[in-house]
Design a binder for this molecule. Structure first.
Ligand code: HSE
Length: 299
């Protein structure tokens, strides 16, 4: 290969509403990755420039190798140049975006015909979070699940004017660590609680009737166990609600606190940042639409 390809991978917000481990949204925030078949090197600008490994244990490179191996190809060294706009370990799917970038790189370098369903299978096997990789591959809002060792995806219709306002503090949360705080079993009462809210979320989005949407963001499966260790969660969430958010939730495993809104995103972002500032918390606010396009390659 004598020329470079560019891969664009979006952020994703997992655990949307009561859809723990299942429902996620594709956000219009993008990492751009340039890949060239040549001597191995990794260069990173933007988020993670200092913290992400530039050796062969880099998640993009590992996913590239794994995908090449699955398709029966030997290692061809590549150089990777990342321009990252997705915060690292922040709850906006940075790891999933790295996995997907590596998979797309393997498809391009080995000239494998793109098949998004196969890419979704590989990405979900590596990452295990279909609520991140699903929306980041297919765009929009998705329901992802596993049955008999195969991953399935279903897309949900939504109002294109919905905005997500995310406060990403510099607190680092590792998903694997954060999952250890979750109970292995839950009561039937809590299961019914989440089934009702997750069903309501899909129905509200499908029918574009937001009267009950705020209830669809209530969760008993992960937020009660995770939010106590998220700095400023309640105060920042309250600030978003007081500024007119439809609802708030913990994006992925956090620390990102996300709010949804139809038309008050600027005020909500301002109030969330102000609340964080008063608590002495460093962080950044992101206002984003849902991207109906997932990851793609430009040759
Ligand atoms: N559903 C996953 C979790 C998402 O909550 O652990 C991680 O981004």
């Amino acid at each position: 290969m004598d020329k470079s390809i560019k891969i664009f991978v979006p952020a994703s917000s997992a655990n949307l509403g009561a859809g723990f481990d299942v429902i996620g949204a594709c956000l219009d925030i993008w990492n751009e990755i340039k890949v060239t078949e040549e001597k191995f090197s990794i260069d990173i600008e933007g988020y993670g420039s200092k913290s992400i490994s530039k050796n062969k244990d880099n998640l993009i490179y590992k996913s590239y190798l794994k995908t090449s191996e699955i398709h029966g190809f030997k290692e061809k060294e590549i150089s990777i140049q990342c321009n990252n706009s997705i915060p690292i370990s922040g709850g906006l799917g940075s790891s999933s975006s790295a996995v997907i970038a590596g998979i797309y790189a393997a498809y391009a370098i080995n000239k494998i015909e793109i098949n998004t369903d196969d890419i979704f299978q590989i990405a979900s096997d590596i990452e295990c979070h279909p609520d991140n990789v699903g929306p980041a591959i297919f765009g929009g809002i998705t329901i992802g699940f596993n049955d008999l060792e195969k991953w399935f995806i279903s897309s949900v219709s939504y109002n294109k004017n919905l905005k997500f306002i995310s406060f990403v503090s510099d607190q680092k949360v590792l998903t694997n660590e954060s999952r250890k705080a979750l109970p292995k079993e839950i009561s039937r009462k809590d299961a019914v609680y989440n089934i009702s809210r997750a069903s309501l979320l899909i129905n509200s989005l499908n029918s574009n009737n937001f009267d009950l949407l705020k209830y669809a963001f209530q969760d008993k499966l992960h937020e009660p166990y995770r939010t106590p260790s998220i700095k400023g969660y309640q105060t920042i969430s309250n600030a978003a609600m007081n500024a007119g958010a439809i609802s708030t939730y913990l994006s992925g495993s956090g620390p990102t606190i996300s709010a949804v809104s139809l038309n008050k995103e600027v005020t909500i972002n301002y109030e969330m940042l102000d609340a964080a500032n008063k608590l002495g918390l460093e962080g950044k606010g992101f206002i984003s639409s849902i991207s109906d396009k997932g990851a793609y390659i430009v040759e």
